[in-house]
Design a protein around this ligand. Structure first.
Ligand SMILES: *Cc1c(COP(=O)(O)O)cnc(C)c1O
Length: 380
């Protein structure tokens, strides 16, 4: 079984050398735009590529406003602050995610609450969310959702679109609306993924993207906040040291952050965004080839949820059990085909092990079985 997979991967990527999980490609005007910033001297916090990158990304995602940041974690930190998350609040998220989701919550002084994922999307489950709220929370007369035992405010909910597959946004919107909890989407992995024709990250009050080197497109490091015009303005202000516009005076009107994306990185982003649809086409072709190749094996390929267009950022399979998973990881990595397990659940990390949580059966099941396969863009 591993042998068939290894042969297929080697053939598809056309090499007998080491095959990484995900490597960036720069087939477009990347070099031209980056050199342009150097020649203009505008490599840092001011420059036309930042504005252009934000505008292009707003158009692509259909978001009223897009604000570039230094990375995706910083974007999520500010998005949560703008969602009103304060120290001591609770923020509901999924245990099956990259640690940045929880760290951003912790930066706000808030505490993550872990609620299970759906097996078909690997994203936060609306049913599990509703169940946790019914078991633990009440909606007070002031419109604020609080826990019944200790009156903690449940301020926000952060689903993550795992590996680019959209979570159940209709369900999550319904539940968060009923309980008056602000929805903030961690769309770091789902640039180019649409749920019922609408871009992920634009359903909640705020959404965030990442352009880290391993994401579907990269700015070296970078992120983006997606929001409406009002929150978008606030995001821009907070991420650029909260400086009041003035011809020469330095007036800052609140504690701001130096989270802006340098122009050098934005130049790379503009060129990569021009290639994004090409990348997604290549990713989807690779996913279809995996699916076809693995159809008669004991590896269940993770495919896009119904009604969605997934970017297939990272391809994944579900093994039969942990022993099967371990064997697959061992053989492939030994033979120079990089594969990785899904993240350890957040409630298994020391800093989050005492956080509140609901029943996490699906996440635990996935933690033991999911393996990511090489997913770099191959333009055929
Ligand atoms: C990549 C990623 C982020 C943000 O990562 P940065 O490296 O800070 O850009 C956040 N959440 C998830 C789920 C991610 O995969």
């Amino acid at each position: 079984m591993s042998d068939q997979l290894i042969r297929f991967v080697r053939d598809y990527f056309g090499t007998n050398d080491f095959i990484p999980l995900h490597a960036p490609v720069f087939p477009g005007r990347e070099k031209e735009y980056v050199v342009d910033t150097i020649e203009s001297t505008f490599v840092s916090s001011v420059g036309a590529y930042v504005d252009r990158f934000e505008q292009d990304m707003a158009v692509y995602t259909g978001s009223p406003k897009a604000v570039a940041t230094v990375n995706g974690t910083a974007a999520l930190h500010i998005a949560l602050k703008l969602a009103g998350v304060e120290p001591d609040d609770l923020v509901i998220t999924q245990p099956l995610t990259f640690v940045a989701t929880c760290n951003a919550i912790a930066y706000c002084g808030a505490e993550p609450v872990f609620v299970d994922v759906d097996r078909d999307t690997l994203g936060l489950s609306a049913t599990a969310l509703q169940q946790w709220l019914e078991d633990n929370a009440r909606l007070d007369a002031d419109g604020i959702c609080r826990t019944r035992t200790d009156n903690k405010v449940v301020r926000a909910c952060v689903p993550m679109h795992t590996f680019g597959h959209p979570a159940d946004l209709d369900g999550l919107l319904r539940v968060t609306c009923e309980w008056n909890i602000t929805l903030v989407e961690d769309a770091a992995e789902s640039l180019g993924s649409f749920y019922k024709g609408q871009h992920t990250g634009t359903f909640g009050a705020l959404g965030t993207l990442s352009f880290n080197g391993n994401k579907i497109m990269t700015t070296g490091g970078g992120g983006m906040i997606l929001a409406d015009a009002v929150l978008g303005e606030r995001a821009k202000h907070l991420t650029t040291t909260a400086k009041k516009p003035h011809p020469y005076e330095y007036i800052h009107d609140e504690v701001g952050y130096n989270y802006r994306l340098p122009n050098l990185n934005a130049a790379l982003g503009c060129a990569q965004l021009e290639q994004l649809e090409t990348f997604i086409k290549a990713k989807r072709a690779l996913a279809a080839a995996y699916q076809n190749e693995l159809s008669a094996t004991n590896l269940a390929f993770v495919s896009e949820p119904e009604g969605c267009r997934s970017n297939y950022w990272l391809n994944a399979v579900v093994c039969e059990d942990k022993a099967h998973r371990d064997a697959l990881l061992e053989t492939t990595n030994q033979q120079g085909v990089m594969t990785r397990p899904i993240w350890a659940l957040m409630n298994h990390l020391s800093m989050y092990e005492n956080c509140r949580r609901g029943d996490l059966s699906n996440a635990e099941w996935m933690e033991e079985r999911v393996v990511n396969l090489p997913s770099s863009v191959v333009i055929k």
